[in-house]
Design a protein. Structure first.
Length: 189
């Protein structure tokens, strides 16, 4: 599904909601949602935005690697979730750990699909929350000295609750769909 998004703007590199000096504003040309998105289960919870103009890479605006479809982020690996939440004036970040799917299924009431992954702190206290949806779950792999976007904040059962990890869209499972659109944009389609 494609949306006309002439009223949408992005602010890349924004660190504070009151300081737009270092941010790059761009109009959104179109938004592409996954055709299989399910608004009840949140399966295929992903969308792409095509910007009117490209971004310039700076200290606060950098590319991130997409993991291969076969890429596995080891359980227990520390990753970072970032977002504004509902109340923050500055961009928030939290260190969370990758959680095994079997463990995650034990704790969550709603079903997981192969296009979802879990991350969080099982003892509670740290998590993404309302207002963070669509934000990145970023993991640094020292072996290749690269940042990867492992997930996209999707849903959870409450926020930062004990034994209730956050659920993210698994980027590796949707890489081919992402690349299909990214490649067509590069070719000018």
């Amino acid at each position: 599904m494609h949306f006309s998004s002439s009223n949408w703007m992005t602010y890349s590199g924004l660190q504070s909601q009151f300081s737009f000096d270092a941010a790059q504003s761009r109009k959104v040309k179109r938004i592409i949602t996954h055709p299989s998105y399910n608004d009840i289960t949140y399966d295929y919870d992903i969308a792409l935005m095509e910007l009117e103009e490209p971004l310039e890479f700076t200290k606060t605006v950098q590319p991130i690697c997409l993991p291969a479809a076969t890429h596995v982020f080891p359980m227990g690996m520390s990753c970072w979730v970032t977002g504004w939440g509902q109340l923050a004036k500055t961009l928030q970040k939290a260190s969370v750990k990758m959680i095994n799917e079997t463990v995650c299924r034990e704790y969550l009431t709603n079903p997981l699909t192969s296009r979802m992954l879990c991350s969080g702190i099982l003892s509670g206290g740290v998590d993404a929350c309302q207002g963070d949806s669509g934000g990145p779950l970023s993991c640094f792999e020292e072996s290749g000295a690269k940042w990867f976007q492992a997930g996209i904040v999707s849903w959870g059962e409450g926020c930062a609750r004990r034994n209730k990890p956050g659920v993210y869209t698994r980027v590796s499972a949707l890489r081919d769909w992402i690349k299909q659109y990214a490649d067509s944009l590069l070719l000018g389609a």
